[in-house]
Design a protein around this ligand. Structure first.
Ligand SMILES: [Zn+2]
Length: 344
């Protein structure tokens, strides 16, 4: 079989005279990797220099720190919006502790926020099976509903900022669900490259990726039912990503209850891994391509986030990501895979 997928690594080193080693010459290695799908690059450097910082979750509960939280039960009824009757006649649909509300700051025509729990501060270990399941079932139902209401919006997304290092404006756990024609540059690049791959090779890149990674064994973490979990060759997050691919789901309508079960079961394994690593904050996205194509299956990406330090809460993103649009990762995907695999 000819190679259809290339995992290119540019390795190099920089030499300097080290101040803590009597100014002896020191060589430090770094890598640039080229994403086999999009051709985008990512830097691997600063190995081991950034560790996830421990967040003081009790601190976030203090009234003067907490401030006004519209998602807390005592404020929710008066402070959060309701859907119009054509979307949800009941205004704010709920399932268990999960409650869906329109986004006060909408990303598109139909844009919702999922309040995932009653409690204001929910540590990762309390994002349990029931809370996750209820949130994803209700959120996926919303995406299917807005597909009917607005079929011209081709892409459906779940996005998630969890805890302050992730950029989340509220500590109270919540996700966003929306449909759009403009899902972001990364999404559009992946989609266009997936189509090119399909037209060139006559098969879906993502299914090929699973086969390739499973065979190589260096970045394939494991499967949960029909979902496949792996570490991307080029991670977007500074502490590395976990990715999950659903090879039989091409659009929102294909995502069934069993997929939610697999998603939640896999996420719980990832969270157990994160707890062991001291990771307390993350970004995540679940992406659905347009109807009618067979080259861009649904996939989830999770990136751990941290402050660089707790002294001045410096963010873990800098000019690389903000200006150059270049991811930097301080851990090798192959090492992350060995650690994550213990939990699958
Ligand atoms: Zn709250």
């Amino acid at each position: 079989m000819p190679n259809t997928m290339e995992f290119n690594i540019i390795e190099a080193e920089s030499t300097f005279l080290h101040p803590r080693k009597g100014f002896a010459p020191e060589k430090v290695r770094f890598e640039v990797r080229i994403d086999p799908l999009t051709g985008r690059t990512g830097h691997y450097s600063h190995f081991g220099a950034i560790k996830p910082q421990r967040l003081d979750l009790e601190h976030y509960k203090k009234p003067d720190v907490k401030g006004f939280c519209p998602f807390c039960l005592d404020k929710r009824d008066v402070a959060t919006p309701k859907f119009t009757a054509d979307v949800y006649p009941e205004g704010r649909p709920s399932r268990g502790e999960a409650t869906l509300i329109p986004n006060l700051f909408p990303y598109d025509i139909y844009s919702a926020v999922m309040i995932m729990a009653d409690d204001h501060v929910v540590p990762l270990e309390h994002l349990n099976n029931k809370r996750l399941y209820d949130a994803f079932v209700l959120g996926i139902d919303f995406l299917k509903k807005i597909r009917m209401l607005s079929p011209s919006l081709p892409y459906h997304l779940m996005t998630w900022n969890y805890m302050p290092p992730s950029g989340g404006g509220l500590v109270h756990p919540h996700q966003q669900y929306f449909a759009t024609e403009y899902p972001g540059n990364q999404f559009i690049d992946e989609l266009a490259a997936s189509k090119r791959f399909y037209l060139t090779h006559g098969k879906d890149y993502w299914t090929s990726l699973i086969e390739e990674e499973r065979h190589a064994g260096k970045r394939y973490v494991g499967n949960v039912g029909a979902s496949h979990w792996l570490i991307p060759f080029v991670c977007l997050g500074i502490l590395g990503d976990v990715m999950c691919v659903f090879p039989d789901v091409y659009c929102i309508e294909d995502f069934k209850e069993q997929h939610v079960n697999d998603l939640v079961a896999g996420l719980l394994k990832v969270f157990a891994y994160y707890l062991a690593e001291g990771i307390m904050s993350l970004n995540a996205s679940l992406l659905f391509g347009p109807e009618g194509q067979r080259y861009f299956p649904c996939h989830l990406r999770i990136s751990p986030r941290t402050f660089l330090n707790m002294r001045d809460c410096a963010p873990d993103l800098n000019f690389f990501q903000a200006i150059l649009g270049e991811p930097v990762c301080v851990a090798m995907p192959e090492d992350l895979c060995k650690d994550a695999r213990k939990f699958f």
